[in-house]
Each structure stands twice: as C-alpha cells, then as structure tokens.
Design a protein around this ligand. Structure first.
Ligand code: NAD
Length: 508
C-alpha cells in the first residue's frame, strides 16, 4: 500500500500514515460522484441546507479536537487553527445556510421594447461534479469553504487536500460521514500531482484550485485540453501603504499581525511595507520593539508557530540571503530553530530583489519608504500579483479613492487579512493571483450553471423581423431602428413606435 506521511512540524514526528489513492480510484470517485449528483441535485435547497447545518454542528461539538488535528499537521499555534481555519468555515456555513435560497432564486432581467411583451430572467442550476484541490496553509477552511459552497449550489465534490497535510483529508471524510451526508456526495482522494492529474482527466464539471501560481498554470493547461472551467486562487505579494496621517500604533500592530500571522504562510500576508518618509523612523522603531516581544512556540501562549514544510524554510532563507547580498539590511536577524523562523524585518530593499517581487510565504517583512502617494501606488502596482492590499490613513474618504487605483482583487483600509473572512464579499485575485471569484453570492454562482431565459407568450404567428423579407419591410424596420435610437424619453417616442409596429403588422 502506498502511503502519505503526516508529519508534525513542531516535533518532526510522523503522526499518521494515510493511504495514497491511485489514478483508477480517482476516476472511480468521479464516476461515483456523478451518480450521487443525480439525487443530490434534485434535493430542495432547504434539505441541502439541513446537511450544511449538520456539518456545522459536528464541527461545533468537536472544536478543541479539530483545532488540535489542524495544529499538529501544520505546526500553527492553536489560536490560529481555531480563529483562521475553524471560525471562517463556521461563518461561511452559517452565511450559506441563511442565503442560499435567496441567491439561487431566478433573477429578473429587463426585456427591451423591441421584444414586445416578453420577459427575461436567469436561472441557477448546479454544474455537476466539482474537483477541489487544496493547499496546506489553511488546509481546513480552504477545503471546507469551497466544498460547502459547491454543495449548497447542488453539486457533488471530489476533494484532494494537500499531501503535506493529509490528516485534514481524513478529518473532512470523518465530518462528512458523521454529519450523515448521502454516500458519494463528498469524496476525499489523497495524494500528490498524479492524483490531481487523474482528477482532471476524469473530467469533472469544474476545477476549483487553491495553491501556487506554478501549479495553477499546470492545472489550467491540463484542464484546457478537456475545456473544463477552472477557478484559480493563487499567490500574492500584498502591499501595505502607510500614509503620514495614519494611526501609527494601530498600523504597527497591523503590520505585525499581517506579516507574521501563521508564520507569514498566508496568501494575503503583508509581504511589502511602504511607509511615508516622515513617519518611517518612528514606525520602524515601534515595530522592532514589538517584533522582539513575539513569542515563538506551539502553545496557547505563543504567537508564531512552526513553518509547515522544510521546502518553505529553504525558500524563505534563500530569498533573505539573496536580498542581503544585494544590499538589504536585516533590522531583526534571521534566526531559524528547528522548523521555527523568528520574524525578520528588512530595510534597504528595492524592486530588483526577489524579496520585493516574488511571494515569500514566511515571517518576513521588507520595508521601503516613499515621498508622495503617486510613488507608493506605482510601487504597489509594480507586481505580477494582485490579491490583497491595505491602505492606512485617518482620512478614509481619501483612502477609498486611493484604493481604486490599486490593481488588486481585494483591499482594506486600516486593517489586514480579515476582509477574506467576510462571507458576503466576493474574493479572488487579478494578474498572477488568480482567475475567478468565490465567497458571497458570486461564490454560489461560480458553482452554478447560469441559464438566461427569454419568454415570448407566443400569441402572434410570427415576429416582424422573421421571413418573408420585402422592400416595404426593410423600410419599416429602418424607421423602427431610427425611432428606437432617438435621444427622447420612451414616453415621447411611444406613439411613434406604436404606429411603426402597426405598419409592420400590416406589411406582414
Ligand atoms: P501548491 O501549488 O504546491 O499545492 C496546491 C495543491 O496542488 C496541493 O494539493 C498539491 O498537492 C497540488 N500540487 C502540487 N504540485 C502539483 C503539480 N505539479 N501538479 C498538480 N498538482 C500539484 O501550493 P501550496 O504550497 O500547497 O500552497 C501555498 C500556495 O497557495 C501559496 O502560493 C499561496 O499564496 C497559495 N494560496 C492562495 C490562496 C488564495 O486564496 N488565493 C489561499 C491559500 C494559499
């Protein structure tokens, strides 16, 4: 039997061995999923929502146990398993319990005058089988939220969790069984790239991927061969811009949390800090003091946990060393103990360094200064990524205007990371940060087949523009076109339109 080893990054111990699925099992899972879809997709929203509620209640009954499972496999501190993995999952389940019925109701659209008496609307139906591929950094919420959304919309799911955190796959399987979901509605397949490849080749109706840009490209390429739609939630290099009128103490705390929470292994971590010159000295002094107070470890009283993978430690180390070689200054030293990296703050950096252009995904905060806001915006937008950003100012009206100039999928004023947890806000990136949006109503629609319907009561035998054509009909239709395009209110041209309609009827 081929196995996956789940390793606790804090102790280095193998905590569990889990079975790796082979490609045949993956395609069988998709076939079973399609079979389960036949029944699941016919259930009313009310019944589907009851299952979501059962999942929520299962999580609520096992909070401490589940938080511990997540912490053991990722190395993150318990508070973060609870607040960043479990809490958002519960929030999103409650949100879709409350809103799915409303969001999936048909939506009326306007029907132009030239389609006399018709009505138009959009209907939402499930897509079918959704293949979900998840990363290791928030392995629970980044699996569960897309699963929940896909189920709420009436789809069935085959999910492949990260091979770095396979106990989360087993946990999801357990929750689904204990919550009493019908067989085959959610299936977990475990393994690495060969499992992903088999999943795509089994032709699910959509692939929802969260992970790195490099893997995202490969997935899109393979999916394109079958024309399977993909949604990609990828990496980031998020800028934080602090203006001179900001609440400096709050901005310091925000930078600390934004850059170092989950050891910086957050897609929306603050990865670049731009300070207005005249506040830089005070800001860096206060930040350095606070960095020294952060507690490294794995207990409830620790702030910064372990890095999840050794590859990631190497990547962070290499990026810092390369920046230092090019002239960057370490404000706090690079210190690595076992799998823990102490938070690193750097100055003297520039956009020629990878540390300012490529995702770091570690507890590292490089700082640059700027004189005018235009310069800060140019630097913030000088990136291949466009995921999240933050602007810090007491003048929120000005901040809102500045926000529109950032090429990004998401932005916050005077806050960090937390916007991703607002269930009603669509979330997703631009440029290399991804394709598509989920969360909010958009999340349900992204897992739905939207069909645009136009209804004609069908009373007349034919429409004015149908056959037969004639010179007279051509002239009548030209008159109609001209009248429709006159810059007059409908009230003023209504009489003329009625006359033309009558004329066209007579021609017919
Ligand atoms: P990853 O791309 O290495 O892995 C993601 C998933 O793809 C895993 O399930 C993995 O097993 C699979 N995979 C890895 N290599 C593959 C390959 N060659 N072919 C097919 N499948 C493959 O990403 P990761 O290291 O697990 O996660 C970290 C990355 O995810 C970071 O770049 C981070 O920014 C990004 N991320 C993005 C978001 C978002 O919402 N935008 C959220 C979390 C993480």
């Amino acid at each position: 039997m081929e196995v996956l080893h789940a390793v606790n990054p804090v102790t280095g111990e193998v905590i569990e061995e889990l079975r790796r699925n082979n490609p045949e099992e993956v395609s069988t899972a998709v076939i079973n999923s399609r079979r389960s879809f036949e029944n699941w997709s016919t259930l009313s929203v009310e019944i589907r929502v009851k299952y979501l509620k059962a999942i929520r209640s299962n999580i609520m009954s096992n909070l401490d146990e589940y938080a511990l499972i997540i912490s053991k496999d990722t190395g993150k501190v318990l508070t973060e398993s609870l607040m960043s993995d479990i809490l958002p999952t519960l929030d999103f389940i409650r949100y879709y319990e409350k809103n799915t019925e409303k969001f999936l109701k048909s939506k009326k659209r306007n029907t132009p005058l030239s389609f006399q008496g018709g009505k138009s609307f959009i209907t939402y139906q499930p897509l079918g089988v959704i293949g979900i591929i998840a990363p290791w950094n928030f392995p629970f919420q980044l699996s569960m939220i897309p699963v929940i959304t896909a189920l709420a919309a009436g789809n069935t799911v085959v999910i492949k969790p990260s091979n770095e955190t396979p106990t989360i796959g087993a946990l999801i399987e357990r929750i689904i069984i204990e919550s009493g979901l019908p067989e085959g509605v959610v299936q977990v397949v475990q393994g690495g790239r060969e499992v992903v490849s088999a999943l795509i080749d089994a032709k699910p109706n959509k692939i929802f991927f969260t992970g790195s840009v490099a893997t995202g490209r490969k997935i899109m390429e393979q999916a394109s061969k079958h024309l399977i739609p993909v949604e990609l939630e990828l990496g980031g290099k998020d800028p934080m811009i602090v203006l001179e009128d900001a609440n400096i103490d709050r901005a310091v705390e925000g930078a600390l949390y934004g850059a170092f929470a989950n050891s910086g292994q957050v897609c929306v971590s603050v990865e670049r800090l731009y300070l207005q010159e005249n506040i830089a000295e005070e800001f860096i002094r206060k930040l350095t003091e606070r960095v020294k107070q952060l507690n490294i470890g794995s207990g409830k009283n620790n702030d910064i946990g372990a890095m999840t993978t050794s590859d990631q430690i190497e990547h962070v180390k290499n990026q810092i060393n390369a920046a230092v070689k090019m002239g960057a200054k370490l404000i706090t030293p690079l210190k690595i103990e076992n799998n823990f990296i102490h938070p690193v703050v750097l100055s003297n950096v520039n956009h020629q360094m990878e540390i300012m252009t490529e995702e770091t995904f570690g507890p590292v905060l490089p700082i640059m200064t700027f004189d005018r806001i235009e310069e800060a915006l140019r630097l913030a937008n000088d990136s291949d990524y466009g995921l999240n950003a933050s602007i810090w100012t007491k003048d929120t009206a000005r901040g809102e205007k500045i926000a529109t100039k950032l090429v990004t999928g998401n932005v916050m004023l005077n806050d960090v990371l937390r916007n991703v947890g607002n269930p009603d806000l669509p979330y997703g990136g631009y440029k290399d940060s991804g394709v598509g949006k989920y969360h909010g109503p958009e999340g349900l629609y992204s897992f739905s087949r939207e069909t645009s319907v136009m209804v004609n009561k069908g009373k007349s035998n034919r429409e004015a523009n149908w056959f037969p054509y004639s010179t007279k009909k051509y002239e009548g239709l030209t008159e109609l076109l001209k009248t429709l395009n006159e810059d007059k209110s409908l009230l003023r041209k209504g009489g003329a339109l009625l006359k033309i309609a009558k004329k066209l009827k007579e021609i017919d």
